[in-house]
Unconditional design. Structure first.
Length: 369
């Protein structure tokens, strides 16, 4: 096996990664500066906590779509992900969660690992739907309890300003569910109060939330001033590069990146499903008929290149695609390359083109990427 510039928690190592039984057993090599050689980069596999679809399939289609989605994203370096639902009637969400619950118990060969579910809605503000269908409603603990019995829900997006949601944030966060603030018209004060109640992150920072104004800081202000974690879509369409650089420089040191990808990811221009919506992929984006951005076509390898393009070192860009999302979910065996971690890794050439992917020790075929 050839040598790589391997990114480890303690820095770059020139050497070889050894794995057995799906885990890293050793990293043989010496500390290095990648600028002093021309070897490829070996990084931790990408972890995407916001995936609606890919390869022409949408999560809300159910079990017939899951393998296509996970096999599509792994070809772009995503080794694990959260399947993300859309706002929909209770019966439809329940059906999809039941099917996801079974799928999360296994990983098909040639696919990314589904770590659980991100429930994006229906507990959002109907005045800030973004591209979510209009089935938003106030959260009820009994309903959430029923969902939790169906699938491992790791993240819930919620609008904190809606009456009763503060108590739900507190109760669910105490049970280990990551409560994210998003699709919200809440004030700065309501955002800060939600963080105090146990909310831990912000869904697609800047998008579908009350903006920052110098006299009304809004939810964006609460995130930038107080949050340790927040997710951001680095497709250069959802957020201006200047705003992308603000987050890491503010009080969100563990800003992590997601794709918010739709069925259009990895596919040519055309029409696709996003929950109950029909969306159009064109000019690198996905939009509703009225022009509203509706998720993205972003893949995680492109996210890495975009972060480097706006000035982040490769090591920091990698952290925001792997280590920080793993840390956010409390997964100390993913998101880093060290003995005992899962053998989830990506190899990129010096132009940051993806050449190899490994998931839990399995080498993935990339010929159709």
């Amino acid at each position: 096996m050839s040598e790589d510039n391997i990114l480890t928690p303690s820095g770059w190592v020139r050497g070889r990664l050894v794995h057995e039984h799906g885990k890293v057993s050793a990293i043989d090599g010496t500390p290095c500066d990648p600028a002093e050689n021309d070897l490829p980069y070996l990084l931790p596999g990408f972890i995407d906590l916001h995936v609606h679809g890919g390869g022409g399939k949408d999560i809300m289609e159910g079990s017939s779509a899951f393998e296509t989605i996970t096999r599509t994203h792994v070809r772009f370096g995503t080794t694990s992900l959260l399947a993300t639902t859309m706002t929909a009637p209770v019966e439809e969400i329940s059906r999809v969660l039941g099917e996801l619950g079974s799928f999360c118990e296994r990983r098909p060969t040639g696919a990314a690992r589904v770590l659980g579910v991100h429930l994006e809605g229906p507990y959002i503000n109907p005045g800030k739907l973004g591209a979510q269908p209009n089935f938003a409603h106030t959260a009820l603990m009994a309903e959430v309890e029923a969902y939790l019995r169906l699938a491992p829900i790791r993240v819930i997006t919620i609008a904190p300003e809606i009456a009763g949601h503060d108590a739900l944030i507190r109760a669910l966060s105490e049970r280990g569910v990551r409560m994210q603030i998003g699709h919200t018209l809440g004030s700065y004060e309501e955002g800060v109060a939600a963080l105090a109640a146990g909310a831990t992150s912000f869904t697609h920072l800047y998008n579908a939330m009350s903006p920052l104004h110098h006299r009304e800081p809004g939810i964006v202000g609460a995130a930038l001033a107080h949050a340790q974690y927040a997710e951001l879509i680095p497709d250069l369409l959802h957020v201006h590069p200047g705003a992308m650089r603000v987050g890491p420089c503010a009080r969100s040191p563990c800003l992590y990146c997601v794709t918010d990808s739709t069925a259009a990811a990895g596919m040519p221009d055309g029409e696709y499903k996003l929950g109950s919506h029909t969306v159009t992929k064109c000019l690198g984006g996905v939009r509703l008929a009225d022009g509203t951005l509706a998720g993205s076509t972003l893949t995680m390898d492109q996210a890495l290149r975009n972060l480097v393009k706006i000035g982040l070192p490769i090591s920091e860009a990698s952290q925001r695609l792997s280590q920080f999302p793993a840390d956010y979910l409390g997964l100390d065996e993913r998101g880093r390359l060290q003995p005992g971690s899962f053998a989830d890794c990506v190899r990129l050439d010096r132009a940051l083109t993806l050449t190899d992917v490994m998931v839990e020790g399995e080498t993935i075929e990339l010929k159709n990427a």
